[in-house]
Design a protein around this ligand. Sequence first.
Ligand code: GDP
Ligand code: IMO
Ligand code: MG
Length: 425
Amino acid sequence: MPATIVVGTQWGDEGKGKFTDLLAKEMSMVVRYQGGHNAGHTIVIDGEKFAIQLIPSGVFYDHITPVIGNGVVVDPFVLLKEMDMLSKRGINVSRLKLSGNAHLILPYHQELDALHERHLGKAKLGTTKRGIGPAYADKAMRVGIRVQDLLDENIFREKLHATLSHTNKVLTKVFNRLPLDPDQIADKVLSECLEGLQPHIADSVNIIHDALEAGQHVLFEGAQATFLDLDHGTYPFVTSSNPIAGGVCAGAGIGPKEITRVVGIAKAYVTRVGAGPFPSELFDEDGDRMVDIGREFGTNTGRRRRPGWFDAVMLRHAGRINGLTELAITKLDVLDTFDTIKMCVAYEIDGKRVEKLPYHQSELHRATPIYEEFPGWNTDMTSATEPNHLHPNAQAYLRALEDQVGIPVTLASTGPGRDQFIHWG
Ligand code: GDP
Ligand code: IMO
Ligand code: MG
């Protein structure tokens, strides 16, 4: 009954989609356990690029059952569009299971997300405006609407009336907007989404447990990342779910003792989209080159990602929070042409060297990185498939990274393609 987790260790977009696809080859089931279509996971198969937001990245294999777990927030229109997009491109989505306990993102969540951001002005978080925060807020307030509610029209309408009686007050009295008609929303969702989703709605918890009990290997695919985690990230510049490995237990309904392997995905440098502290951020030519070479523009929103050097302080913390058993390093090839590569190994805060992530956010804002420098390799590594294909300087960088973080690197990726990776160590 092995269970593996793929988890982002930085601020997202580390390449979770690529490694989920890669690891799924050996699995039977791939489960998303949190987040929603704020995620954008890219998989490149034989030069063909797929960007997916909600459906687990294991969907490209016929032997995989893709499962959207109870902890995910699901926009039914987006899910159907994604299923349609994949079907049209020849991917079979008929095996998809959608938890009846997952909460729905409905049009007012998106509207509220945009209004909250506008209201915050300069203090805005830079959310994806997908309605993620408001949908999880409704869930916590116990006025959310679940996927299973779609199966009973009366319940669905009743719940929409109840939740909108409050939300409409917020829309009209706080934000000076027009109220929404619950029946109009119900009509649209039921007529456009129910038929397409119904065959997929399932009891995800028992499906996952039956697979584990049958000795099948289940992979849990994280979206977002450790430092976007609602509890452990750089609050308030975080998402509204728990992407960390522990989030699997609540978001998919399994106990911690089921988890045998936790693979932390990290870029060989760091990027962040949206606002929030970022000690090793670069504002210079090196940063611009990372963005250019790494094509660091959001898969989902197209926004430029903020670049920075690899931060070992963050990674050590991510190792603890997630119980990482190994690391997979992506985008090593993006550093191929840099003469010098830097790694943040500690912070300087108020004149003191600090090796652990400070719990107080103000300290993180004041932290300046202490770097170790490594000679670059000035070699194209995009066709490396064995550790000894890597230039000795690239090998030395990976070894130093392992030493600094204290977790073995088992995989390294040297290009976006499915075959561009090496087993390391
Ligand atoms: P995710 O959200 O963690 O799944 O990551 P994204 O898909 O949002 O962003 C990662 C981007 O890097 C995608 O465009 C991938 O195709 C690309 N990518 C992944 N691994 C590598 C790699 O090793 N090298 C390069 N150059 N690109 C990569
Ligand atoms: P993947 O799974 C990078 C960021 C947003 C914003 C903050 C809150 O592709 O790694 P939200 O819409 O979730 O309320 O936005 O979180 N964010 C991501 N950044 N990758 C993601 O997903 C992200 N999902 C959300 O930019 O700063
Ligand atoms: Mg992404």
